[in-house]
Design a protein around this ligand. Structure first.
Ligand SMILES: [Zn+2]
Length: 135
């Protein structure tokens, strides 16, 4: 083994497949994003069946909160997808960004934008669950 830098554990064909998946995912997310923004822009006006007269003060409705939460998640996912595509371009896709170990192929098949191996993901979730720090 004389490779100077770590390279992806995936074959060319697997990388191509992941790239296709990631691009499709990105497209779907961008469309969802536009859709959610449109819903937000419509605001209170379009809730035909739950029309409430006289809600002054521009309070965010529960529906708005939900849309905003969805929008945040879309953007987070889109970022992960974009980063995964970047790793693909740089040739270290499929390696854990935390510890550098190869991410299991089955994991990538389910979650092509995965940046962490199962072990590091567990630790990250553990940290998040116990969340001492807030960003
Ligand atoms: Zn790891």
């Amino acid at each position: 083994m004389s490779h100077a830098h770590p390279s992806s554990p995936l074959s060319e064909a697997e990388m191509q497949r992941c790239k296709t998946q990631l691009l499709e995912r990105a497209r779907a997310l961008v469309m969802q994003d536009a859709d959610l923004r449109a819903r937000l822009a419509e605001g209170e006006s379009a809730t035909s069946n739950t029309f409430v007269a006289g809600t002054e003060g521009g309070q965010a409705t529960e529906a708005d909160d939900e849309v905003i939460a969805l929008l945040r998640r879309e953007q987070g996912e889109l970022k992960s997808v974009a980063e995964a595509l970047e790793r693909l371009e740089q040739g270290h896709y499929g390696l854990c960004v935390e510890c550098g170990e190869a991410i299991a192929a089955q994991r990538l098949a389910v979650l092509p934008e995965a940046a962490l191996c199962v072990g590091c993901q567990d630790m990250a979730e553990h940290r998040a669950a116990h969340g001492g720090e807030h960003r």
